[in-house]
Design a protein around this ligand. Structure first.
Ligand code: XLS
Ligand code: CA
Ligand code: CA
Length: 437
């Protein structure tokens, strides 16, 4: 069997003193942290689209990578070579999971029937390689945003024939995700938004989006797919405005349409910052509402206002992310997917390994620091102290709704001015920095 990464050995843990670029310094899959192994906590996944289908193109230039798996001129032969390269990569890297869009793994043909036949053929191979390697599918999804038919959206398209095409595509992608035992299925509304309101019936489009998601829930139940459905928010790009703007917007939409029991959120770090939030905020909102499902762990660039999809390197961010994820009970169906691409100049196949090794180490460090913060109850103590008034008779009466405005007016007239207290932000930031090392 052809090897696609002959210069790369199996990546193993060598510890923080190792200088070997092809070794983990912090990610030790079997090391137990807070009662679970690092592999069980982190549930790393590699994304198929950027890692194996990415070309290094940008709005100012075409692709620049020359990948050995792209060599065959026949598109199905190239698809097969790509999948074999992908499973060699997953195995050498030692991740447990992968993620894909339908169109990543099988090239689209001239008609849907032939496209589906091609997809089935590639799913046969994926099933075999999953069985051979033990690598599992974290989630599958549909690409209903690249083809020109979707230029005005999929489920929010002004043309019901496009809505129907997207439905047919999701139906098939959900079937193959089920066949591959996918733990989840993602809806990212790539072009479910608008370029201008001048030509847009927003009310109707939002209703169509809800109808589409309800159909997906119905079909999931019909075929007995037990994976978790996720919605991945993003505020813009490629559209000027995307309806799934951020987690709070998605949650309100799901509640309005009676869909909240069927979906969780796939939080992407880079989309959080595009929405004007931090990654930490989006995770905290999801944990507070019990809707955190999975995470796309790629980051943006502080100075660039678009979706740069870079590999995570910032330990402060990975620490706060893992802290929040652990406080939320950790992943069940979800995991940490690197929806990230190497930079245009990183043209060697080895760069794909360096990118993932660094990202996995960054999250492993975040996990270990977060575990110490939890064990030492660092933030818990500050927060418990700050809210301690709510454990007094007054606080309890309010929380139990035993009092109303009249009782609270009486209390205030009797007790006078409340005592104000420091929020101690700088102190907490100093303590946190002592842990991040
Ligand atoms: C694009 C999204 C996309 C989803 C899956 O910005 O991140 O890749 O994760 O369709
Ligand atoms: Ca993503
Ligand atoms: Ca992205």
């Amino acid at each position: 069997m052809k090897e696609f990464f002959p210069n790369v050995p199996k990546i193993t843990y060598e510890g923080p003193n190792s200088k070997n670029p092809f070794a983990f310094k912090h990610y030790n899959p079997d090391e137990v942290v807070l009662g679970k192994t690092m592999a069980e906590h982190l549930r790393f996944a590699v994304c198929y689209w950027h890692t194996f289908k990415g070309t290094g193109s940008d709005p100012f230039g075409p692709g620049v990578y020359i990948r050995p798996w792209d060599a065959p001129s026949d598109p199905m032969e190239a698809a097969e070579a790509t999948m074999r390269a992908a499973f060699e990569f997953f195995t050498k890297l030692g991740v447990g999971f992968w993620c894909f869009h339908d169109r990543d793994i099988a090239p689209e043909a001239d008609n849907l029937a032939e496209t589906n036949r091609r997809l089935d053929k590639m799913v046969d191979l994926a099933e075999k390689l999953q069985n051979d390697t033990g690598i599992r599918l974290l989630w599958g999804t549909t690409n209903a945003f690249s083809h020109r038919r979707f230029m005005a959206g999929a489920s929010t398209n002004p043309d019901p024939a496009v809505f129907a095409y997207a439905a047919a595509q999701v139906k098939k992608a959900m079937e193959v995700t089920k066949r591959l035992n996918g733990a989840g299925y993602v809806f990212w509304g790539g072009r479910e938004g608008y370029e201008t309101l001048l030509n847009t019936d927003m009310k109707r489009e939002l209703e169509h989006l809800a109808i589409f998601l309800q159909m997906a829930v119905d079909y999931k139940q019909k075929i007995g797919f037990t994976g978790q459905l996720y919605i991945e928010p993003k505020p813009k790009e490629p559209t000027k405005h995307q309806y799934d703007f951020d987690s709070a917007t998605v949650y309100g939409f799901l509640i309005k349409h009676g869909l909240a029991d069927h979906f969780k959120i796939n939080v992407e770090a880079n989309h959080s910052t595009l929405a004007g939030h931090t990654f930490h905020h989006e995770l905290a909102f999801c944990v507070a509402n019990g809707i955190l499902g999975s995470v796309d762990a790629n980051r943006g660039d502080e100075l660039l206002g678009w979706d740069t999809d870079q590999f995570p390197t910032n330990i402060y961010d990975t620490t706060l992310a893992m802290y929040t994820i652990l406080k939320g009970g950790g992943f069940t169906t979800g995991g940490l997917n690197f929806d990230a691409k190497v930079r245009r100049q990183s043209i060697d196949v080895e760069d794909l390994f360096h990118a993932h090794i660094g990202a996995m180490d960054a999250f492993a460090r975040g996990l270990k620091i977060a575990a110490r913060l939890i064990e030492d109850k660092v933030l818990d103590s500050f927060i418990a102290d700050r809210y301690s008034g709510w454990d007094s008779p007054l606080g309890r009466d309010i929380e139990a709704r035993r009092v109303g405005f009249e009782e609270l007016e009486k209390y205030t007239l009797e007790h006078g001015e409340p005592t104000v207290r420091s929020g101690r932000q700088e102190l907490i930031e100093n303590v946190l920095n002592e842990y991040i090392r």
